[in-house]
Write a protein that binds this ligand. Structure first.
Ligand SMILES: Cc1cc2nc3c(=O)[nH]c(=O)nc-3n(C[C@H](O)[C@H](O)[C@H](O)COP(=O)(O)O)c2cc1C
Length: 348
C-alpha cells in the first residue's frame, strides 16, 4: 500500500511519544500536524475515496470519522481532513471555557491497546471553536459535539445544550449531543428516559426554529454510553423512535475496567477506550440497530484498531464509523486501512 509521510514517520516517533506523558504527547502531535499542514507537507494518507456517501442528507467523502475528544477545540480540522478523514467531529464544547480535571488525566495501556481518560471537557468554549470553524477549508463533514459545563446543574443542562446548538448551528454540518461522558458528574443521568425525552424535545424544537431562520437543516445526533442496561437501552430506543433523532453515535468510553485488570492503571478513574471497549460497543450498536427505526442512521465507535474492526461495525449496522484510540496505537496508516476496508464492504 502506498504510504504517506505521516504513516512512514509515525512508527519512528511513536516510541518517543510513548515515553512522554500521554497528554503532552497528544499536544505535541497536534502541533506537529498543524505545522506540517500549514507548511503544505502533511501528506494525504493513501485514502481511496469512493463515490460520496449520503447519510442524514449530508455527503461524506468516505465513511471514516475522527471521534470527538481528539480535537476538542477545533484547532486542526483542516489537517485531520487532509489525513483522509471523511468526518471530523470536534469537541466536546461547552458554553463557557473550562480547564477540565487536574492532570494527569490521560493514561495509556499499550498491552491492551486501550486508554483511560478523565479529561472532563477541557475546552475553550463553543464561541472560540465556532470562530475557528468559520475559516475551515476542510472537505470533510464537520460535526460539533456539545455538552454542558461541569458546574451547570442537570436541571439546567437543557439550557447549555440549546446555547451550544444556537452558537454552532450556522457552522456545523451536524451537531452531536453528548450525554455519555463519564467524566462530568451527573452527565450520564441525562440518558434516563424522562431526562432524554425533555432534552430531545427541546433541541428538536430549537432545530426547527433555527432551520426556519437559516434555511439550513443541521442534523442532530445523540452520543450514548456503552454502560447502559438492557432496560436503559430499550428506554432510549423508545424515546429516539418517538421523538425522532437524526442519528445515534454508539458508543462513548466505558467505566467498566474489568477487562484491563491487573494493569497498573486499571484503577484510574475515567472512561476506558480502545480494544477493551470494542465488544461492548459492538453489542450496543447491534441492539440499537435492531430496535431503532431503520431510517435512523448509526455511527459506530469504540475499539476500532484495524480495517477489519471498521468493517465489522459496518456489518453490525453502522452507516459511518469513528476512531480515536486506534489512531494513538496504530498511527495514521489506520486511516487508509479502514477507509479501504469500508469501501470494500460497501455493499454489506
Ligand atoms: C482522551 C479522550 C478524550 C475524549 N473526549 C471525548 C469528548 O470530549 N467527547 C466525546 O463525546 N467523546 C470523547 N471521547 C470518546 C471518543 O470519542 C470515543 O467515543 C471513545 O474513545 C471510543 O472510541 P475508541 O475506542 O476508538 O477510542 C474521548 C476519548 C478519549 C480517549
Amino acid at each position: 500500500m502506498d504510504m504517506s509521510l505521516a504513516s512512514l514517520l509515525y512508527p519512528l516517533i511513536k516510541p518517543l511519544l510513548f515515553r512522554m506523558d500521554a497528554e503532552a504527547a497528544h499536544e505535541l502531535t497536534t502541533r506537529m500536524m498543524r505545522v506540517t499542514h500549514s507548511l503544505g507537507i502533511l501528506g494525504r494518507e493513501a485514502v481511496v475515496d469512493g463515490p460520496p456517501v449520503s447519510v442524514m442528507g449530508l455527503n461524506f467523502p468516505n465513511r471514516l470519522g475522527l471521534a470527538a475528544g481528539m480535537d476538542k477545540s477545533a484547532a486542526a480540522v483542516d489537517a485531520w481532513s487532509k489525513l483522509g478523514f471523511g468526518i471530523v467531529e470536534v469537541g466536546t464544547l461547552t458554553p463557557r471555557p473550562q480547564p477540565g480535571n487536574p492532570k494527569p488525566r490521560l493514561f495509556r495501556l499499550p498491552e491492551h491497546r486501550g486508554l483511560i481518560n478523565r479529561m472532563g471537557f477541557n475546552n475553550p468554549g463553543i464561541h472560540k471553536a465556532v470562530e475557528r470553524l468559520r475559516n475551515r477549508r476542510a472537505k470533510s463533514v464537520v460535526g460539533v459535539n456539545i455538552g454542558k459545563n461541569f458546574d451547570t446543574p442537570n436541571e439546567k443542562a437543557v439550557e447549555d445544550y440549546l446555547f451550544c446548538l444556537r452558537a454552532t448551528y450556522d457552522v456545523a454540518d451536524y451537531v452531536a449531543v453528548n450525554i455519555s461522558s463519564p467524566n462530568t458528574k451527573g452527565l450520564r443521568d441525562l440518558q434516563s428516559e424522562n431526562a432524554i425525552r425533555s432534552l430531545l424535545i427541546a433541541v428538536r424544537s430549537e432545530q426547527g426554529t433555527l432551520k426556519e431562520k437559516t434555511g439550513r437543516m443541521v442534523p442532530i445526533v445523540v452520543k450514548i454510553a456503552p454502560d447502559l442496561t438492557c432496560e436503559g437501552i430499550s428506554d432510549l430506543v423508545r424515546v429516539f423512535n418517538e421523538v425522532g433523532v437524526d442519528g445515534v453515535i454508539a458508543t462513548n468510553t466505558t467505566i467498566d475496567h474489568s477487562g484491563v485488570h491487573p494493569h497498573r492503571f486499571a484503577n484510574e478513574i475515567g472512561g476506558l477506550s480502545g480494544e477493551p471497549v470494542r465488544t461492548r460497543s459492538n453489542e450496543v450498536l447491534a441492539v440499537f440497530r435492531a430496535g431503532l427505526r431503520p431510517e435512523i442512521p448509526l455511527i459506530g465507535v469504540g475499539g476500532i484498531v484495524s480495517g477489519a474492526d471498521a468493517a465489522e461495525k459496518r456489518r453490525l449496522g453502522a452507516d459511518l464509523v469513528q476512531i480515536y484510540s486506534g489512531l494513538v496505537f496504530r498511527g495514521p496508516s489506520l486511516i487508509a486501512e479502514a477507509t479501504q476496508m469500508l469501501l470494500d464492504s460497501q455493499g454489506i
